[in-house]
Design a protein around this ligand. Sequence first.
Ligand code: SF4
Ligand code: SF4
Length: 342
Amino acid sequence: MVAVDCIDCAADASVVNAVNEGIEIARDIKSLRRPWLMISVNDDEDLHFRKAEFDPEDCPADCSRPCETVCPANAIAFHQNTTLGISNGAGTPRMLKDGVITERCYGCGRCFPVCPYDKIREVTYVRDAIATADLMKRDDVDAIEIHTSGRQTSLFKELWSALGDSVGYLRLIAVSLPNAGDSTISTMNEIFSIMKPNLQSFNLWQLDGRPMSGDIGRGATKESIAFAVQMANARVRPPGFLQLAGGTNAYTIDGLKKEGLFQTPSVNKYSDNATSTNGSANSSQALIGGVAYGGYARKIVGRALRAMQSQHGVAACVEDHPQHLLVALEEALALVGPFKFL
Ligand code: SF4
Ligand code: SF4
């Protein structure tokens, strides 16, 4: 059975270990081709690289905790510091503290404005290039995604140079950028010329329409579709696949079809490679080579985890209740199916 091509995660060794462990557990439950593992980094401050933080001790006791309700990732919780049986990659239970569960927070920012006491801080970070380069040399990391602002390229150049020959270990280099209007294509061209001398793998442009909003509803995907239309109208583009992101959800493919931009590439569905040669570099008939699902995918997984916890208790592990994982998997397959001839 075919599935997602790539799973994107933080450029952190423990996260990479946990994702690889999760992939193997999923493959034990259902026969799936191993997806590529992609690590994400940023060349400057970026919405995707921030966390919420607050001290629950500072919260007034009578606060109705709107932060907890609004968080789409279940990343804010008040557990009274209980120990939960959630695996941490080493298979050991760990303590869930009150407040923000940092590993779950993906920086969507929805909790910031709802706190009536202004207790929630935004903590931004930039990944260390040397540690990232070391990670890229591991044989269980296949791809990197570099988030850039699209405003100027000097910071991208600096990061690319710091990554050095580690890019040669990868199978795919993705650059994620927002729509900066008319200057977008020239920025992409500049970035491509920076990468070109030591680009030995596939490359991909991730068109970030409306960051981290896919779970909000149907309209969230409009900006990613508009970005795709803009790219379709561009007379010249730098080489590389185009992938939609930012607001992508179950309505994205319909939106692409309405614009006449959805065409399945000629991927060999029985290929054991995540991206076969047949369906990649030369599949220029498919303007949009793929869709990245972020917030919407989190929503699917979150729903499955909540259902499992309400049935088996908050300490339950999905490994022990694979039927819940299967529900999430079926929904995920419905998302990628149109791209994969399911
Ligand atoms: S930033 Fe988003 S994911 Fe993080 S705690 Fe706030 S609402 Fe949750
Ligand atoms: S809304 Fe603000 S004050 Fe209330 S629990 Fe959340 S962080 Fe604390």
